[in-house]
Design a protein. Structure first.
Length: 230
């Protein structure tokens, strides 16, 4: 579960059959470090691609403790706020840590036949933040049975619900399209727009207006700096 070497694209593989671990927290932390460093040095958006697959089975939580789960949730939140475009490519059954990461990315591509599953911990479904993100992104009524009972969400339904952006028989071609889509974007600006999206679901207009105006002012100042004095 290690990121690829520094001379390659920022790419990570998450195996959802394995529970969150110190190694997976470290791997995700490392790729976040590298993405933030690239954004600081180069200013471009950059792309972090995470390949996710697998879902836990049986007594998969036996080695977990709340301290480790807390670290995992914090690094997921960091991924979700990166000054970079984050992309998940899902295949097969996708649950546990794989689903966690998928739901924290900007662009989600799924192979045909992919299923999203909220993992069970024995007594019920796992109460991690995958359930929170599913409700935030798809709506309570449309996702209730998946969160309460662990019913799988098929790839086509995931697209219909807006959880997945597209189905792809050729993920490599889909990733090339993503690269074209984000070319020329600035990572820090992408992060600001993303946060404005997040806030729009919980913040009233009057409270949100200041943040939007500040972002507009930032964009105008940046354009003025590029154009220079008349």
């Amino acid at each position: 579960m290690r990121p690829r070497s520094a001379d390659e694209a920022l790419t990570l593989t998450i195996d959802g059959t394995e529970p969150p671990s110190a190694a997976s927290v470290e791997a995700l932390t490392e790729i976040c470090d590298r993405a933030e460093d690239l954004a600081h040095r180069q200013g471009g958006a950059g792309t972090v691609t995470v390949h996710v697959a697998g879902a836990p089975e049986g007594a998969w939580t036996s080695g977990l403790n709340v301290g480790l789960v807390t670290k995992w949730e914090r690094v997921l939140r960091r991924l979700e706020r990166l000054p970079a475009v984050t992309v998940a490519v899902a295949s097969g059954d996708c649950g546990g840590s794989a689903l966690d990461v998928l739901l924290a990315t900007d662009i989600r591509v799924a192979a045909t036949g992919t299923r999203l599953l909220v993992a069970r911990d024995g007594a019920a479904t796992w109460p991690g933040t995958a359930g929170f993100r599913l409700v935030q992104q798809a709506g309570l009524g449309r996702i209730r049975r998946a969160v309460l009972f662990g019913l799988p969400i098929g790839a086509a339904d995931a697209v219909r619900l807006g959880i997945v952006d597209e189905l792809a028989d050729d993920p490599a071609a889909a990733l090339e399209a993503v690269a074209e889509l984000v070319a020329g974007l600035a990572g820090k600006e992408v992060a600001i727009r993303r946060q404005l999206l997040f806030d729009a679901t919980t913040t009233g207009f009057e409270d949100a207006l200041g943040a939007h105006l500040a972002a507009c002012d930032r964009a105008l100042r940046r354009e003025a700096a590029v154009e220079g004095p008349l």
